[in-house]
Structures are given as C-alpha cells and as structure tokens.
Design a protein around this ligand. Structure first.
Ligand code: PGA
Length: 247
C-alpha cells in the first residue's frame, strides 16, 4: 500500500508541519505501508533534510520550466535537491489553474528526467450515462504517458481522482463498485501504453475523498494499491487512522 499525504495549502504554519511529520513518522515506523508526504514547497527542504525514516517526500507539483530566468518556479531538479523522491503531477487543482494535457506531459518528462517518481493524477469532472468520462480518462492517460519514453512509463504511479468526489466526505464520494470498474479500465488503457505485461504491476491510487471510515472496505473491494489523501492528511489522528485502516 502506498499512502500519500497531500497537504495542499492547508498547512501554512511550520510548527503544525513538524507536528504532522512526527505523527506520520511514528505511524510509518509501525506500518507496512509506504508513506509519502507532500508538504507545501516552502517546507519541503526543512522537513526532508537528514530524513532517515521510512517516510518519503513528494513535491505537490513541478515547474514546466527547467531552470533559468523563471521567477517563482520550483523545478523538478530543485525539488529533488530539496529531498523529494516523488512528484504529484496534473492534480485537478493544478489543471484548474491552467495545466493542460500538454503541460502535464512536459512536467511528467521533467520529473522523470530527474529521477522523481511521478504520481500522475487523472480524473473526470462529472460522470455521464453514456460513458464519455471513460474516454476523458483515456485521453488524459494517453496524452501524458504518450509523451514519455516507453521504458519510463512503468515508473509512473497513477492517481485516479474523480473531481466530483474531492473535498467531499468519503461516504458521499465513490461507491466501491464504481472504483473497481475504473481501476480495471485504467489498467486496460495502461496495457496499451506500457511495455510487455507491466500494466499488471502498475500502481493505481485512489485520490477522491479518503477518510478513515470506509477506507478499508473501499480498498479491499476495488483493488487499488494505495490512496492520495487530501484534507484528512492534515489531521494527525485522522491520517494515522487511515494508515491503520489500510494496513
Ligand atoms: P481530499 O483531496 O481528500 O481533500 O478530497 C483529495 C485529492 O485532492 O486528491
């Protein structure tokens, strides 16, 4: 199980960041799960420096540029240097701020070029009865993975985050059956894009709303390999409870 804590911009206080980190490290030391924390960029280096624990770090995004005269950008390389080993790419909140499929594909290439493991987010805004949302997911996957070398595609973790489920309470989010169907669909699309049989081993996370209640049943029923947790990961007790539920 891969459990990713995306703190988004909920954490703006460094004392709170350190408190959440200590809790994540404690629970990680007792858990079989791989735990990854994605703090806001200004805290990444300070939290990751000298880290010898099981917790790994992720950037919440990387720049589409690769350095130079680019005020305000956080490049993949700088994130790697600050201690990240993962990078969330194409989160719906970044896509809503202008990241097109092409920008997502470029960011993916930059992350891979630096040796970061990308967590590529895909997800539809809404569902329709004709199944157009499936074609939408397929296009997001094809345009992103299609832009990188075939040999690198199996390094990418996929996070399925139905936008309509984000920020909701988990009980109002996705039904296990619908998630199972989507995991199978994503694997089918990956089978067309990944070399050999590597789609079978692809890691697929659920990034809709995840809370302790129902997490175990959702994971068991759907065949996901982990979760990308938003708001609940900024509450130490809730995040620890999610990890306990899932492992
Ligand atoms: P949430 O966010 O858990 O706060 O709904 C999930 C996400 O953005 O992936």
């Amino acid at each position: 199980m891969l459990i990713v804590a995306n703190w988004k911009a909920y954490v703006e206080d460094f004392t709170k960041a350190k408190h959440l980190m200590s809790a994540a490290k404690r629970v990680a030391s007792r858990s079989k799960a791989a735990i990854v924390v994605a703090p806001p960029a200004p805290f990444l280096g300070a939290l990751a420096i000298g880290n010898r624990t099981k917790v790994a770090f992720s950037a919440q995004d990387v720049s589409v540029t690769t350095g130079g005269a680019q005020t305000g950008e956080s490049t993949a390389r700088a994130n790697m240097a600050a201690g990240a080993t993962y990078a969330i790419i194409g989160h719906s909140e970044r896509r809503a701020s202008g990241d097109t499929n092409q920008i997502v594909a470029e960011k993916l290439s930059h992350a891979l070029a630096q040796g970061l493991t990308p967590i590529l987010c895909v997800g539809e805004k809404e569902r329709d009865s004709e199944g157009r949302y499936l074609a939408f997911i397929r296009e997001e996957l094809r345009s992103a993975l299609g832009a990188v070398a075939v040999k690198d595609r199996s390094k990418i973790v996929i996070a399925y985050e139905p936008i309509w489920a984000i920020g909701k309470h988990a009980k109002d989010a996705i039904r296990p059956h619908d998630l199972t169907e989507m995991v199978l669909y994503i694997k089918k699309v990956l089978a067309e894009l990944l070399p050999g049989k590597s789609a079978v081993r692809a890691q697929i996370l659920y990034g809709g709303s995840v809370e302790p209640e129902g997490a175990r049943d959702l994971a068991a029923a759907s065949g996901i390999d982990g979760v990308l947790v938003g708001h609940a990961s900024t509450d130490a007790a809730q995040f620890s409870a999610i990890i306990r539920e899932l492992t």
